[in-house]
Design a protein around this ligand. Structure first.
Ligand code: SAM
Ligand code: DTB
Ligand code: SF4
Length: 360
């Protein structure tokens, strides 16, 4: 039986346990539900980089901040296919395509993304997309193309979200996750630690994720990668112990979920990552780049796997491969909807300061 009604207090009590107790409990839950020697490996691909209209305080792709990233228009389908084949050859079972969009708009670009999904699914790899907010119809069209997972992070607690982003509301995130849930696409939703949030906010995010029914099939735990020019560029990096506590707590409250050790691995030693795997992490992002920031070298990761006796998981172990419906046979046509996603528009001082600095 999966427990969905975790309280913040219960989660905090787990998070703050003596480290050895926490590790023992998390590792025990992990073994009950998963093979502890298997780790799912995903490769990220930024199919549309930079120029995003949102003001997410952590994100180097927000157009309003001045960062050094190189922006790109939407990638072509053959380019994506070539990258997916490379990822497959290096042991990845999943490709996660990210676009710096606020939300998906029906039209040529979305059609091109649907073709990317069809192409990768036909390579017998799990396909994930993270494209911002989507409607139910858009989720259905992605499902029909053969999408395996949709990533849409809650990022932090509902309270702290207001200090991170002013261009959309927590409810919009939950609504998109709800739209994905109406299809057979699995849900990937997690967050970031080290953005200046309190431990209570980490627990608050886990309450929100664990209360979803069913719980997300995967939960990425990112450590903030502070990028110069963003409002969070100067924040001190989070300690490995906090990462281990967060992974272990996530594992305990969401026992069946794939817990993904996500951004921030370049700062972690092998020993630190091994503790995270012991504490229940069973997925990573591989490849020398995340979306715009560095990630450990694939060969180094494979050496780490060998050292720890870990094996990359095969695709479709947890859920069968979806079928791909070709565009001409599609049941779900574009509706040209204009959904009213929220724009709360409150002011976040550090976001405003970073924007003002970028203008100078
Ligand atoms: N635009 C889409 C959205 O926001 O959902 C998809 C791409 S967005 C870059 C995906 C996720 O990357 C964010 O939700 C956030 O959790 C993570 N992310 C972005 N910048 C990060 C950073 N500097 N450090 C850690 N995680 C980050
Ligand atoms: C997730 O939770 N982390 C990934 C993926 N989902 C899309 C993205 C991490 C991005 C880190 C900053 C960058 O490289 O731009
Ligand atoms: Fe845009 Fe996503 Fe970055 Fe926010 S996290 S600025 S929505 S790309």
């Amino acid at each position: 039986m999966i427990k969905h009604n975790w309280t913040k207090e219960e989660i905090l009590a787990i998070y703050n346990k003596p480290m050895m107790e926490l590790l023992y409990e998390a590792a025990s839950v992990h073994r009950e539900h998963h093979n502890p020697n298997q780790v799912q490996v995903s490769t990220l691909l930024s199919i549309k980089t930079g120029g995003c209209p949102e003001d997410c305080g952590y994100c180097p792709q927000a157009a309003r901040y001045h960062t050094d990233i190189e922006g790109n228009d939407l990638m072509s389908v053959p380019h994506v296919k070539a990258q997916a084949l490379r990822a497959k050859a290096s042991g990845s079972s999943r490709v996660c395509m990210g676009a710096a969009w606020r939300n998906v708009k029906d039209g040529e670009e979305f059609d091109q993304v649907l073709e990317m999904v069809r192409t990768i699914n036909k390579l017998d790899m799990e396909v994930c997309c993270t494209l911002g907010m989507i409607t139910e119809n858009q989720a259905q069209r992605l499902a029909e193309a053969g999408l395996y997972a949709y990533n849409h992070n809650l990022d932090t607690s509902e309270d702290y979200y207001k200090d991170v982003i002013s261009t959309r509301a927590y409810q919009d995130r939950l609504a998109t996750i709800g739209n994905v849930r109406k299809t057979n696409v699995t849900v990937c939703s997690g967050g970031i630690i080290g953005m200046g949030e309190a431990v209570e906010d980490r627990a608050g995010m886990l309450v929100a994720l664990a209360s979803l029914s069913p719980q997300p099939e995967s939960v990425p735990i990112n450590a903030l990668v502070p990028v110069e020019g963003t409002p969070m560029g100067e924040i001190e990096k989070v300690s490995i112990w906090e990462m281990i506590r967060m992974v272990a707590t996530t594992r305990i409250v969401m026992p069946q979920t794939q817990v993904r050790l996500s951004a921030g691995r370049t700062e972690m030693s092998r020993e630190g990552q091994a503790m995270c795997f012991f504490a229940g992490a069973n997925s990573i992002f591989a490849g020398d780049k995340l979306l715009t920031t560095p990630n450990p070298d694939v060969n180094e990761d494979m050496k780490m796997f060998e050292l720890l006796g870990l094996q990359p998981m095969k695709p479709f172990v947890k859920k069968a491969q979806p079928e791909t419906v070709e565009a001409q046979y599609s049941q779900y046509k574009e509706q040209g909807e204009k959904p009213k996603w929220t724009r709360p528009g409150h002011t976040i001082d550090r976001n405003e300061a970073a924007k003002a600095k970028a203008k100078l």
